[in-house]
Design a protein around this ligand. Structure first.
Ligand code: URA
Length: 203
């Protein structure tokens, strides 16, 4: 596999965007519109990490601007958090999809792809130096921890991440979007409870 031009360890945000955009360390980048790196406060106390950009994120070049992002925004509003004071990013920087007719359907990135992207995530953590991380879902948790865990068992708990800052584990917003409509309210309340464990980091 072709090696990506590495961003300098003390990369600026723009250098990182360009370097990830050119990255072909795994096959996903070839088919995506562009890379999507994190955005938000470059000195944020809290960094939230999702899985990979979705269709909208791929087109706009920004993380969490589609349906999952809208749900996350609703949670921030209930928690009294301002998105621009956080740093939102993903474990994988390109959109992996499968074509169904003309629709690009999300495809979960494989472990090899997440592993190839890990150094970009590490640079973001070094750049922002957050006090804490939030892993949204299993892919983010695995990248931040270095081993797989059960999100349902570990949700709401703090674990030491491989990059230093402690990380809080919870569900990915897409899991709520896909969840049982009859349990929507209790699932939402439980998710907010998980996220609220990180409120002290922002205080
Ligand atoms: N899902 C993610 O994990 N990240 C995004 O940016 C959008 C959807």
């Amino acid at each position: 596999m072709q090696r990506a031009p590495r961003a300098p360890v003390r990369a600026t945000h723009e250098q990182l965007r360009q370097a990830t955009n050119a990255c072909r360390e795994c096959p996903i980048g070839e088919h995506a519109t562009q890379s999507v790196i994190g955005e938000g406060a470059l000195r944020a106390r809290l960094m939230l990490v999702g899985e990979q950009p979705g269709d909208q994120e791929d087109l706009q070049g920004r993380p969490f601007v589609g349906p999952a992002g809208r749900l996350l925004q609703r949670a921030f509003e209930e928690l009294g958090w301002q998105r621009e004071k956080l740093y939102l990013t993903n474990a994988v920087k390109h959109f992996k999809f499968q074509l169904r007719g003309k629709r690009r359907m999300h495809k979960t990135p494989g472990q090899r792809e997440a592993q190839a992207c890990l150094h970009w995530l590490e640079i973001e953590v070094q750049m922002v130096r957050p006090r804490a991380l939030v892993a949204l879902g299993a892919t983010a948790a695995r990248s931040l921890l270095g081993r797989p865990i059960s999100v349902m068992q570990m949700r709401g708990q703090w674990i030491d991440s491989r990059f230093g800052p402690p990380m809080l584990v919870t569900l990915h917003p897409s899991a709520l979007l896909r969840g049982d409509p009859l349990r929507r309210e209790s699932t939402w309340d439980a998710w907010l409870r998980d996220l609220s464990a990180a409120a002290s980091v922002l205080a």
